[in-house]
Design a protein around this ligand. Structure first.
Ligand SMILES: [Zn+2]
Length: 85
């Protein structure tokens, strides 16, 4: 088992009974950010919660439903709306 300790992951597993993976139908891990940092806020949106399939043979790993997208109202630099005067 190798666990990279240098890169601290801003992620916690809050449960193991997430919605079943649509590919293999196994329950998924429920994950959330430990803290919403500048890294998340720098994007125009981020996921407040997502799910990970724990089946290693399954090609679906991360399940990120649109309902958990959090849009950053302020400081969204990646705004796709470019209006030229
Ligand atoms: Zn799966």
């Amino acid at each position: 088992m190798t666990r990279p300790n240098k890169r601290r992951r801003n992620m916690k597993i809050i449960g193991h009974n997430g919605p079943p993976c649509h590919r293999c139908n196994r329950p998924t891990e429920i994950r959330e950010h430990i803290q919403v940092t500048e890294r998340e806020l720098a994007k125009s949106s981020y996921y407040s919660r997502w799910f990970k399939c724990t089946n290693r043979d399954c090609t679906t790993t991360m399940i990120m439903p649109a309902e958990f997208i959090v849009r950053n109202e302020r400081g969204a630099k990646d705004d796709t709306m470019k209006v030229s005067p």
